[in-house]
Design a protein around this ligand. Structure first.
Ligand SMILES: N[C@@H](CCC(=O)N[C@@H](CS)C(=O)NCC(=O)O)C(=O)O
Length: 216
């Protein structure tokens, strides 16, 4: 049974692989699970059909064998629990890898998203110039802590896991800012993740959707 995920019909990231279906596609590619994608135009995001799958009318969602899921982290955890290779077998190592999934989504992603969204939505507001350095500093603090933890290791805790997969996609949200480049080990970490063949296949698939929507 092929799972069906949802994705933007026309991604606002213009094919840069930042929309959150990218991380689910990457996880599916890592475990070798073929999948189908239902593309959603913006006009359909808050319509009953999507709201019956996702309470907030967002992408990605997951449907397979009667199970409907939302939240990219929950979808990837579900997948990782059913296939080898995204979570270690050993129970303590598995628990630590899951902790890194939460750390990516719960500790790293919020300040990164807030920094990015402010630059898009608040530019021109009277508080923008004052607030931006504070938001940037919060991101820098987290990057410094993550960099110190990673040191010269390849991955966050032993072998590549779903924790790394999520962390790399979260760090990629900073591409336009250049901030990750200030931490050579984190820049190398992201490069290591995005060089994985599974990542490349997922990226190409997401890019192809954008190119078909906006040829040339
Ligand atoms: N925490 C959710 C966030 C989902 C989310 O923000 N999705 C974005 C695309 S990356 C979306 O659907 N935005 C459109 C909207 O919120 O209306 C997850 O990780 O799945």
């Amino acid at each position: 049974m092929r799972p069906v995920i949802t994705a933007f019909a026309r991604s606002p990231d213009r094919g840069r692989g930042l929309a959150r279906d990218m991380r689910v596609r990457w996880a599916l590619e890592e475990v070798g699970q073929p999948y189908d994608v239902r593309l959603l135009p913006f006009e359909e995001m808050k319509q009953p059909a999507l709201l019956s799958l996702h309470p907030f009318g967002q992408i990605p969602t997951w449907e397979a064998g009667g199970l409907v899921l939302f939240e990219s982290g929950a979808i990837i955890l579900h997948l990782a629990q059913r296939h080898a290779s995204l979570l270690p077998e050993q129970p303590d190592a598995r628990a630590r890898a899951i902790a890194w999934m939460f750390a990516a989504l719960n500790t790293m992603e919020p300040p990164i998203v807030e920094f990015g969204m402010a630059a898009i939505l608040e530019r021109g507001q009277p508080w923008f110039e004052q607030r931006q350095p504070m938001l940037e500093e919060r991101v820098r603090t987290r990057l410094g802590q993550l960099s110190a933890w990673l040191g010269d290791a390849d991955w966050l805790d032993g072998a590549f896991s779903a924790g790394d997969l999520l962390m790399v996609t979260v760090l990629r949200r900073l591409d336009a800012s250049g901030m990750v480049g200030n931490y050579p080990n984190l820049a190398a970490y992201v490069a290591r993740g995005t060089a994985r063949p599974a990542y490349q296949r997922a990226f190409d698939a997401q890019l192809a959707v954008f190119q078909q929507a906006e040829p040339g």
